[in-house]
Design a protein around this ligand. Sequence first.
Ligand code: NAD
Ligand code: UDP
Length: 329
Amino acid sequence: MKHIQQRVLVTGGAGFIGSHICELLVAGGDDVICVDNLFTGSKTNIEKLLAAPNFELLRHDVTFPLYVEVDRIFNLACPASPYHYQHDPVQTVKTSVHGAINMLGLAKRTGSRILQASTSEVYGDPTQHPQREDYWGNVNPIGVRACYDEGKRCAETLFFDYHRQHQVDVRIARIFNTYGPRMHPNDGRVVSNFIVQALLGKPITIFGDGRQTRSFCYVDDLVDGLMRLMDRPGPLIGPFNLGNPIEFSIAELAEIVLELAASKSELVYRPLPSDDPIQRQPDIARAGAALDWAPEVELRQGLEKTIAYFDALLGELGSTAVDDLTVGA
Ligand code: NAD
Ligand code: UDP
């Protein structure tokens, strides 16, 4: 079947996940507008796309209104690493809340379908395990992570209200920890931290005792889920958990990274940041049934690809370009 070209807006398109989405859309022939204020994203992530006639980068902050004509919107703009989203928490709330209002207003005016990159953080430090979409979560509304968690929860509220009140075609993905090439070496999240530390022979910084768990999804699997969620005929509001359900402790992750990177880095223990969730594992039955989707890349496979990416990057940059890697400690 011939592909009908869509005009697609990707906010946060110069970031880690957004750049993979832009790449796929451009390759598929869509007309892509990437909107990004380059806070945690970079032009390097999309440099290969800049020459494409069906790709355009617009430096813009989504907390301000935007007037473009599009058919679809992937709303990903928001720093995702605790280190970065806590750097300017007021701006983080504005990005989630004002950004959602602006993008939903755009969707309403243009009649476009809009997908929200929500997060497992809406479950906070979950008391239900694994987390299903009907669980309402356990979030500290006044803690240091609240700017992100509550911002994303409010964005979900806005998405549902724009749907109920204005019939906007909305889709909500609750993304669980995703990793892969194009994470920033100084991003501060655990996978990129451990890999860069291991490759540079620096100490691996384990926060707390390392028994807290996360379930890590390789970026290709996640992007496949997001594309299915956007492409399927509606209504398909969700929310849908998207992530890999295989759970690992942070200490296990450190051991696997050390082994795969053939590194002799020592392990060092740092205080657990406040409100750091103890456990996290998605129940993906809903996405499996509605989208016929399941992640395929095992952690070791995904880590090998990610290690190869960082190895090449550090070779190009030189290790001195990667300064304080103990961010968040
Ligand atoms: P990222 O930090 O690499 O990408 C976020 C992008 O948004 C960056 O390019 C940044 O410059 C841009 N941005 C930030 N504030 C902006 C603003 N006000 N206006 C315009 N652009 C802005 O993070 P990522 O991992 O690619 O995450 C993308 C989205 O997915 C985020 O919304 C994040 O909350 C969500 N998410 C990611 C994960 C994950 O594990 N990677 C998990 C849950 C949710
Ligand atoms: N973490 C760690 N060392 C690091 C960075 C993170 O032990 O250098 C821990 C962090 O405390 C958390 C887990 O790894 O328990 C995942 O952290 P990340 O920032 O990647 O994501 P999130 O906490 O948002 O899931």
